[in-house]
Design a protein around this ligand. Structure first.
Ligand code: SF4
Length: 677
């Protein structure tokens, strides 16, 4: 596993592990450690797709481990909430205080007055949904609907295909047409890029559907620069074309799908002219894309997460994901669709040995409301881990108001002093993925690999399993024979993984997928729906979707707030992870026409505002965004702007049509000079 490293001039070793962060690729890593410290992070070769190459973000991960923001010991608040003044305490004092507040809240207002709040700070199997979930269930806390990301696309993929495994990176070079829809691999999932380039070299056409002119859009044969929130009508126009020109695959539809006629009915009104008018694209170009899709095989759609972040997000995902079924694009290598492969391993987490209680469900996008308005019961204790909601969740001002409540007891279990940790009553320091075990699960490639500790825990940091096991013991909701610490949990998880996965990982190999690393859809894998058919018009979803399936809700822009603000992933953070690192000023990007109309110039300090809040930052005037929209990066922290507010301060907490996801790209704003404000 390790070998001496002479070049660095000291006793050093290279330790192999894997990256479990919230990214599709799960790179194998080779970490150079000297005198017990991480000195370099590079790519390992166990994952054949990532094969020695990693992103610049994780190369810098040492700056998080040893940076000034790292939380080194438990602490309790001594200053005002948000002020960031804390007193160091022992783990014993911190955990007993937390346990005592849990007991008190439950006695006074019931378990539902405790809200555990977490998301994908890491996607590792040991990081969440194990001892933590068992603790929350057995103690009867509120339940959290984890819907801030991937809920609409996940719901669509589940309804249509039961989350069938999708085309993996290795098969992209077989495609003759690739559509990158709402995804920017330069920012997330970088290992897809060489496979797309290889396909292009072999003659594949590339279409990019994205409101921004990204590097891939500029390299594409066609870039459909759609208005945010209009992907659904673009996809429906392609469906209409397939049906109207007899290129819907009647044989495939009859043998493998249900309810194609109902989808056809909903697509019928979407002529190229009408869809193009709403999406703000040229109708002839849209028709060209539809014609390429109808006439090319293998044709592959990479469905990303950008298209789901608006009021029409679920229907957009439904419409896009239904295209290969209607067009008959399955059954050939390089054909079909490609999106999250997270469900490919059928891991059902049997190690959560407790049933879900019937307690209240809180949608995580409504955190601000939950903290300021919910009364049945009010939230008395908030336990935040693996996420930083004060920076990342819609309606930031309302969330901050909630976090400022003096009668709210907030625990933040974190690696660094986040925007949320500043409001904590108790801080518990957490290990990073280089300080413990985990199982890294890719959701782009089909790859599962064991992550090992590379260094000892820094300061007094402890792992999730250790802390939740200890807390569960104090609260009397864990048996003596149940796993309580990280090593225990890791062995228990390995013993309970399906098939040969646990054995493979114990042997130090990546797990072997039952259908190989690159399954062909409708040859090697089929829908995991009850009858193995694609349901193109699921009745339950039609009933629960406010406007019905394959419907479009108009743009929420107003005369006062005409600009669509989007917040795409950037090359600097993984969601908000690493947002604490110093960086150049975060800028608002605006098209030159919009800047001119407002008398603004590149570099001006501007105020981006709506009725929910405002953000102050410099302006970048660039034609990479389309007129009528502006862009701020996803995942920035409050320190990154001039007034300490991020783009989420401008995002309403409305929910998507399907999946109750966040509508980040439904923020409508105005922009003016800060000098004249
Ligand atoms: S964040 Fe993604 S690209 Fe970067 S090292 Fe981790 S898995 Fe690889």
């Amino acid at each position: 596993m390790s070998k001496p490293e002479a070049v660095l001039g000291g006793p050093a070793s290279i330790v192999e592990t894997a990256c479990p962060l919230d990214c599709p690729d799960a790179c194998s890593l080779a970490v150079t450690v000297r005198h017990g410290k991480v000195v370099a992070i590079d790519g390992g070769h166990t994952n054949p797709v990532t094969d020695g190459y990693i992103c610049a973000k994780v190369r810098k991960f040492g700056e998080r481990i040893y940076g000034p923001d790292r939380l080194m010991h438990p602490a309790v608040r001594v200053g005002r909430k948000g002020e960031g003044r804390f007193r160091r305490v022992s783990w014993e004092e911190a955990l007993e205080l937390v346990a005592e507040r849990f007991r008190r809240a439950k006695t006074e207002a019931g378990g539902a007055s405790i809200l555990p709040y977490s998301y994908g700070g890491s996607n590792g199997l040991l990081t969440q949904d194990n001892i933590d979930a068992q603790l929350w269930r057995r103690f009867g806390t509120s339940r959290l609907a984890r819907t801030v990301c991937a809920a609409p696309t996940g719901a669509a993929n589940m309804a249509l295909y039961g989350k069938m495994p999708s085309v993996t990176y290795q098969d992209y070079p077989h495609a003759k047409l690739i559509i990158l829809w709402g995804v920017n691999p330069s920012a997330s999932g970088i290992h897809l890029i060489p496979f797309v380039r290889e396909a292009q070299k072999l003659g594949a056409k590339l279409v990019v559907v994205d409101p921004r002119s990204t590097q891939h859009a500029r390299a594409a044969d066609i870039h459909l620069q759609v208005k945010p929130g209009t992907d659904v009508v673009v996809a429906l126009a392609i469906h209409r074309h397939l049906f109207a020109t007899g290129r819907a695959d009647a044989k495939f539809l009859a043998e493998h799908t249900r309810n194609a006629d109902k989808l056809r009915e909903r697509a019928e009104p979407w002529t190229f002219a009408r869809a193009a008018d709403i999406a703000g694209v040229d109708p002839a170009t849209l028709e060209q894309v539809a014609e390429w899709y109808a006439s090319t095989s293998p044709a592959l759609i990479r469905c990303g997460w950008g298209l789901e972040r608006n009021r029409n997000g679920g229907n957009a995902a439904m419409s896009v994901l239904a295209l290969p079924a209607v067009g008959g694009k399955f059954g050939v290598r390089g054909g079909g669709y490609s999106m999250s492969n997270s469900a490919s391993w059928d891991i059902t987490r049997p190690w959560i040995a407790a049933d879900e209680p019937e307690t209240r469900v809180v949608n995580m996008n409504h955190l601000g409301r939950a903290l300021t308005e919910y009364n049945d019961p009010p939230v008395k204790v908030l336990f935040v881990y693996n996420c930083n909601p004060a920076a990342t969740v819609p309606d930031q001002r309302r969330i901050v108001r909630g976090l400022e409540r003096e009668d709210l007891f907030t625990v933040v279990f974190e690696q660094v002093m986040t925007d949320t940790a500043l409001y904590a009553d108790v801080i518990l320091p957490n290990t990073t993925f280089l300080e413990g075990y985990d199982v890294a699960k890719a959701y782009g490639p089909i790859h599962l690999e064991l992550g090992r500790p590379v260094i000892d825990a820094v300061g007094e940091a402890r792992s999730n399993a250790d802390v939740f096991g200890e807390l569960a013991s104090r609260l009397g909701v864990i048996g003596d024979d149940e796993p309580k610490g990280e090593l225990d949990l890791m062995l228990h998880v390995l013993d309970n993984l399906p098939g040969t996965i646990g054995g493979d990982l114990r042997a130090g190999s990546p797990a072997t997928s039952p259908f190989g690393p690159a399954p062909v859809q409708f040859v090697d894998v089929f829908p995991k729906t009850p009858d193995r058919r694609v349901d193109l018009f699921p009745a339950e979803l039609e009933a629960s979707t406010p406007m019905g399936l394959y419907r479009f809700q108009p743009d929420p822009a107003t005369d006062r707030y005409p600009l669509a603000l989007i917040s795409p992933s950037s090359e600097r953070t993984i969601s908000s992870t690493l947002g604490e690192l110093p960086r150049p000023d975060v800028k608002l990007t605006m098209h030159p026409e919009d800047a001119k109309a407002r008398g603004l110039s590149d570099g001006d300090l501007v105020r981006v505002f709506n009725d929910l809040g405002e953000v102050h930052c410099p302006l970048a005037v660039l034609p990479t965004v389309r007129p009528g929209m502006v862009s701020l990066p996803k995942g920035i922290w409050r320190r990154s702007t001039r007034n300490g507010m991020t783009g989420t301060a401008l995002v309403p907490d409305t929910l998507t049509d399907i999946g109750e996801g966040a509508c980040f790209n439904d923020a409508r704003v105005q922009v003016g000079s800060l000098a004249t404000a």
